[in-house]
Design a protein. Structure first.
Length: 146
């Protein structure tokens, strides 16, 4: 079941990137050179990643996105063990380290279950604020594109 979730995340990520590419190409003038279009696209991605990458590295952002998507869109929460087996995110040691750095940064909490060995990973209000900032930026970019 969890591998299907990972594949869904990859599918959605590809759809979002294609969506951005279409928006960028539709809003650019015909006189632009291809390299200018690509550089504008990269600049757009950089602007959207700005709030996320100020305090986190890329792998921590990816992990936080996976946790937040599962919580917000699917109303389910990963356990630490669920995340540790996701080989495409990183090794167990690096995932464990990233989880603790996200806890220290205040973006997630680890909630102990009935079995003290099982901990549920929950995004915090700080994580929700962070994604809200990215959402506002995303909406403003879309409005400028139209």
């Amino acid at each position: 079941m969890r591998w299907e979730s990972i594949e869904r995340y990859k599918f959605y990520l590809v759809k979002i990137i294609i969506f951005f590419i279409i928006i960028v190409f539709l809003t650019l003038k015909q006189s632009c050179v291809m390299s200018d279009e690509y550089l504008r696209f990269l600049n757009l991605l950089k602007a959207l990643d700005g709030p996320l990458t100020r305090s986190l590295d890329a792998s921590s952002v990816k992990l936080l996105e996976i946790i937040s998507i599962e919580a917000k869109l699917h109303q389910r929460h990963f356990t630490v063990n669920d995340l540790l087996v996701m080989k495409d995110i990183g090794s167990q040691a690096s995932i464990h380290k990233k989880l603790h750095s996200l806890v220290d940064a205040g973006y997630i909490t680890l909630e102990t279950q009935e079995d003290a060995r099982v901990k549920k990973v929950l995004p915090t209000q700080e994580a929700k604020r962070l994604f809200s900032q990215v959402n506002k930026l995303f909406v403003s970019v879309l409005k400028k594109a139209n």
